[in-house]
Design a protein around this ligand. Structure first.
Ligand code: HEC
Length: 347
């Protein structure tokens, strides 16, 4: 290392007339100050004013406009007289002439083009971005065909289930799913002497209880009441398990929804659960995003796998509630034996 040269450089740097703060230095200092103020000062002040836990940054485009305006202002000011132009140029001329030392000058002259080149490269280098291809909303290549004709057993309870329900209701021994039991019990504690089913606030249930009291229960009234109970339980389960993503209004706007690139499905949309058969929805809920085939990409689904946490009964009841909340009906499965070939191919 050539110390003599380094000392010489330091000595020369010292002799540079720092005390002579020219227009050039003012311009650079002002740039740095204004940029720093916009970038860090404004967000800081905004935070003090609004008292909110996050700053309000100056948008990038606005920042760009400010910098352009400052440049124009300096240009106008400096070119307003010959003297100012000369004063502005003097340090640059001095620098190029080697006032600050030849090595410093050469280093700067190498570094600046490299920085500019790097910046340009960075702007133009192709980046990985999401493919534009549309996602297949209902990929079905690995959907087990045998599930296609599944029907929700809680939608239209069969006679045996209805009879059992009537018997239980007569004895006031109707059981709710375990998730809502604590609520039912606490409600019964506050309303002693009422029928357990009174917990379900619905007209159809009320009609059933009235018929029960009068001693002439029709099967249809009982079936409707049983469906109301199933729906009620389904709604409770939906609120506990699905609401966070799919939302109160089942339109895919739950409190967690914004966190996913592939948003939770909006069930009220005509293109979602209405266009698929119940068996498919049931399968989707059971297996979640994990079971989706590659045609469901480019974005991976955050939909959890529910067969591990919810029983079949719970999942069917949720689906009942889901379709009901969305005011949709599932697509009717097509029969496989259609004259001339196979039908029931889903897209
Ligand atoms: C962690 C967030 C999250 C939770 C919780 C969640 N889902 Fe999803 N769900 C999603 C996302 C994201 C999608 C969209 C991507 C996809 O199709 O898999 C989706 C899609 C679906 C679909 C597919 C609809 C269609 O038209 O193909 C159904 C059905 C569904 N969810 C039902 C449910 C049910 C029922 C529950 C509760 C048991 C639930 N989800 C809970 C995130 C969630």
């Amino acid at each position: 290392m050539n110390w003599d040269r380094i000392f010489e450089l330091a000595r020369r740097l010292q002799t540079v007339k720092v005390n002579k703060f020219t227009i050039f230095h003012w311009a650079v200092a002002s740039y740095v100050f204004i940029f720093g103020f916009l970038k860090w000062g404004v967000p800081f002040i905004s935070r003090q004013i609004t008292g909110m836990p996050f700053p309000l940054p100056v948008p990038g485009t606005l920042m760009f406009f400010y910098v352009v305006l400052i440049t124009v202002a300096f240009y106008l000011y400096i070119t307003s007289s010959e003297d100012k132009v000369r004063e502005f140029i003097a340090p640059i001329k001095g620098f190029l002439g080697g006032d600050y030392g030849i090595p410093v000058r050469n280093a700067v002259l190498v570094v600046i083009p490299i920085l500019v080149g790097w910046q340009v490269y960075d702007i133009f280098v192709p980046k990985t971005s999401s493919p534009v291809s549309l996602r297949i909303q209902h990929p079905s290549s690995n959907f087990p065909k045998k599930m296609e004709s599944l029907k929700n057993p809680y939608e239209n309870p069969d006679d045996a289930a209805v009879d059992a329900f009537i018997e239980q209701a007569k004895a006031n021994k109707v059981e709710f799913i375990q998730q809502v039991k604590p609520d039912v019990e606490s409600w019964l504690g506050k309303n002693p002497g009422v029928h357990t089913l009174g917990f379900v606030p619905s007209e159809k249930m009320k009609a059933f209880l009235d018929a029960l009291k009068a001693g002439n229960v029709g099967k249809d009234v009982a079936r409707a009441a049983l469906k109301e109970k199933n729906l009620f339980e389904g709604r409770a389960l939906y609120a506990m398990n699905c609401r966070a993503c799919h939302g109160d209004s089942v339109s895919g706007d739950g409190p967690m929804a914004d966190g996913f690139k592939l948003r939770p499905i909006n069930f009220t949309d005509n293109g979602t659960i209405e266009t698929i058969v119940e068996g498919y929805t049931f399968w989707r809920v059971a297996t979640g995003g994990r079971a989706l085939p590659t045609e469901a990409t480019p974005w991976d689904s955050a939909m959890p796998t529910w067969e591990l946490n919810l029983t079949e009964e719970e999942r069917w009841k949720i689906l009942l509630a889901e379709y009901d909340l969305a005011q949709k009906t599932p697509r009717i499965p097509e029969t496989h034996e259609v004259a001339g070939g196979k039908a029931g191919e889903k897209k």
